[in-house]
Every structure is written in structure tokens, then in C-alpha cells.
Design a protein around this ligand. Structure first.
Ligand code: TRP
Length: 411
């Protein structure tokens, strides 16, 4: 995006590789990001079938379809967080959002919907960072007043995902900085400019706010950044932290994990998602500046229908005869891939894949099914969103005590 004031390119990026860092997501080939290669390059771990089974055993419920279907595909130390949890040391969840646009799209919703599942399955507290400072220092043309206003507005969409008001603390950097600042200072002292250049691709023309920012995203990974929320009892001195995020955020947490032992603190664990393909297909992720590349939570039902019918890339045959003869290429078919993510009925997804892949179902039918699934999802979101008031936002953002424990359901 030309109005962005951000690192041009990560210097560690080689020409034939996918580009994935907090500011760029671009596949080198037609088939999209090579996530297996990313795991290797980043040094994370794939999420194994055994690990998923372990999550199911501990939470005594089926794992989220996004774990089973590989949308959340990679992690750092998730196993360790589970060990501690089972041994009676609960973790807290930490995720965030950079408020750069008025409304969120489906891709933005993924980490939050997954975080909701984790909060409900493990019954643990959650903190959500709104980085009005980040978007101000990295984007041209956005005033701090504007990013601060967008933070409050985006908070409404985040709250509408369904987080537990008793167990969720939302904070905005420019307001909460006083509590974060001691850990921010400790982290800043541990990372040299050269390291930041290596990790984030900063250079001599990057502004000081950009150099300073990574420590601000790192600080909430440490429970001592929330003394006013978690208290200062022994359980809050060094509580495990689990961060659900899209894989492009990993550089921040690699840096954080490198600092942790030198601060005498635990490394945060991370669980990574893939990106949601744009409606145009797997080459890029949804782009907030192209309205037809994504479905927004504010889209009307008519818009959703038009976008899918008109813009969703199809892997089906050009004509009915061709589709019947050869079937669809499911790998690149956007309607099918979206159904794999948003239709949670395993048997139906399997059936559509089989029938559509074999040419017994037409693209139009698959699109119609996707339209109905997304209409339901977005309508439900919009209904919850309509009930979120400024007072609701204030309540989620109020500094108040949230115990660092596992809250068993009352039922
Ligand atoms: N940098 C993220 C963004 O631009 C926002 C963010 C802050 C975040 N802290 C986080 C995302 C922790 C995931 C996890 O949207």
C-alpha cells in the first residue's frame, strides 16, 4: 500500500520465497503461501494430530474445526502451556488488533473467533491489545485521534464475537501505556537496533516510533504487565501466556521469546493461523483497501451475495459440460475453501468436496451454499454488534480485577 510508511521488505527474504512479515504477505507462486516451508523458516512446530487429541482430552470437548482442518497449523510451546495447565498453573490468552479501518472483514474475525473457543474451552482470562499507536506510526495519513477512535469502534466488533465480560480485558495502548511501560523499558533495553533491523526490516529512514513499537506489542506477553488486573499475587508474577494470532505476527513474538529468559520470565506460547484467501484466490490475503477482495462484517446480505457470485474465484469448469466432464479443482476454488472454513458440518463439507470435485455439483450450487453459511454468520454477528454500546466498551476496558484462574462453568 503506497500510503503506508513501513519497512519495504524484510532483508532476510530471498526472492523465490513467500514474503510473510507483519507488513507484507505475498506468495511467490500461484498456489499461495507454502506454509510448511514457513514453519521451517520461522522455526515453529506443526500442530500434530496428537496435540489436537490432547487439547480434546484436557478440555473434554471436540477441538475447534479450525484445528482439525489445519487453519491453525503451527505453534510454539503449546505443549508446555498444556503441561502447566494440567499441573494446575493456568495460562492467560493474549491477542490484539491494529485499528486501521472502520470495520473488520472475515479474515480479521478468524483469530478472535478462535480465541473465543480457547477462552470457553479452557475457561481462562483474556487480554486484547488495541494498537492505536502502531497504526499511527506505521501508516501515513492516519492521525492519532483517528486510530484512537477506530480502536473504540473496532472494540465493538471484537466484543460482538462473544467474549466473557467477566474474564476479558480490552486495552488501548495510548491509554494503558503507564501499566505496560516498565516491561516495555526492560524489553527495549534487550533489543538492539541491529536486531530490530534484522527481524523487522527497519532501516535508517524508519521513524523512532516504529523502532519503539515491537516492545509495546511484546509487553502484554508478560503477566506483570497486568498487575492492576491480575493482581500481584504469586500466580500473577510469571503466568504462562498463550497468543493466538495469524502467522505474520510471529516476528514480534520471536523477539519477545528471545527477551523472556533474560527478564527471568516465561516465554509466551503462540498458536498461528494461516491467512484467509482473498475472494480472488490463494495468491494474496484479503486486502482492506480493495472492497471486492473481502467480505466485511458490515456488508449487507445483498453485498455478500454479489461479492460471492461475482468475485469468488472458481476452480470449476468454464461450462456445465466441462464441469461435468472434469469436476472442480478444489484446491483453488474459493467457494469450496471458504466452506471448508465456515461450514462446521464435517459430513456436508466432505460431501460437497466429493460431489463438486467429481463434477456432479455446479459452482453455482456451491456458491449458494456458501452465501447461506456466511449470511447466517454475519447476520448473527450484526445482531450481537447492534447491542454493543459505548458503555459495553467502557466496561470491557475498565481496569478491574480478573483472577488468573480457571473458572469452571456454573452449570
Ligand atoms: N499488530 C497487530 C495488527 O496489526 C495487532 C496486535 C497487537 C496483535 N498485539 C497482538 C495481534 C497480539 C495478535 C496478537 O493487527
Amino acid at each position: 500500500m503506497e500510503d503506508d510508511q513501513q519497512p519495504t521488505r524484510n532483508p532476510t527474504h530471498a526472492g523465490d520465497e513467500d514474503e510473510v512479515d507483519p507488513w507484507h504477505v505475498k506468495a511467490s507462486g500461484e498456489s499461495g503461501i507454502d506454509y510448511g516451508r514457513l514453519i521451517k523458516n520461522f522455526g515453529c512446530e506443526p500442530i500434530s494430530a496428537e496435540l489436537i487429541e490432547r487439547v480434546e482430552r484436557i478440555t473434554r470437548q471436540p477441538a475447534h474445526p479450525w484445528l482439525k482442518r489445519g487453519l491453525f497449523f503451527s505453534h510454539r510451546d503449546l505443549d508446555k502451556v498444556l503441561d502447566l495447565y494440567e499441573a494446575g498453573t493456568p495460562f492467560y490468552l493474549y491477542t490484539g488488533r491494529g485499528p486501521s479501518s472502520e470495520s473488520l472483514h472475515l479474515g480479521h474475525l478468524i483469530p478472535f473467533m478462535f480465541t473465543l473457543y480457547l477462552q470457553q474451552a479452557f475457561k481462562v482470562p483474556l487480554v486484547i491489545q488495541l494498537t492505536d499507536d502502531e497504526k499511527f506510526v506505521f501508516k501515513n495519513g492516519l492521525s492519532l485521534e483517528k486510530t484512537a477512535r477506530l480502536a473504540k469502534k473496532n472494540a465493538k466488533d471484537i466484543i460482538a464475537v462473544g467474549f466473557d465480560p467477566e474474564r476479558t480485558f480490552i486495552f488501548q495502548d495510548t491509554e494503558y501505556i503507564r501499566e505496560l511501560y516498565p516491561n516495555v523499558c526492560r524489553i527495549q533495553k534487550l533489543v538492539t537496533a541491529n536486531q530490530a533491523i534484522g527481524i523487522f526490516g527497519f532501516d535508517g529512514s524508519s521513524n523512532l516510533g516504529q523502532y519503539a513499537y515491537p516492545a509495546i506489542q511484546a509487553a502484554p506477553s508478560f503477566s506483570t504487565s497486568f498487575k492492576c488486573v491480575f493482581g500481584d499475587g504469586p500466580e500473577a508474577a510469571n503466568a504462562p501466556c498463550l497468543i493466538p494470532c495469524a502467522i505474520d505476527q510471529d516476528p514480534f513474538f520471536r523477539m519477545t521469546r528471545d527477551c523472556a529468559p533474560r527478564m527471568g520470565l516465561r516465554k509466551p506460547a503462540v498458536i498461528h493461523s494461516k491467512f484467509l484467501d482473498s475472494l480472488q484466490g490463494p495468491k494474496t490475503k484479503m486486502n482492506a483497501s480493495d472492497a471486492n477482495s473481502s467480505i466485511y462484517l458490515t456488508d449487507t446480505l445483498a453485498q455478500i451475495k454479489t461479492k460471492i457470485n461475482k468475485y469468488a474465484f472458481s476452480g470449476g469448469g468454464e461450462t456445465r459440460a466441462e464441469q461435468e466432464a472434469h469436476g472442480a479443482n478444489l484446491e483453488v476454488d474459493v467457494p469450496y475453501q471458504y466452506l471448508r472454513l465456515f461450514l462446521f458440518d464435517d459430513a456436508r463439507v466432505e460431501e460437497i468436496g466429493r460431489e463438486y470435485g467429481a463434477g456432479r455439483m455446479m459452482t453455482g450450487q456451491v456458491k449458494a451454499e456458501l452465501i447461506s453459511v456466511l449470511t447466517e454468520l454475519i447476520t448473527a454477528h450484526q445482531e450481537r454488534r447492534a447491542k454493543v454500546t459505548d458503555e459495553t466498551v467502557a466496561a470491557f476496558m475498565a481496569i478491574r480485577h480478573i483472577p488468573l484462574d480457571v473458572k469452571e462453568n456454573l452449570d
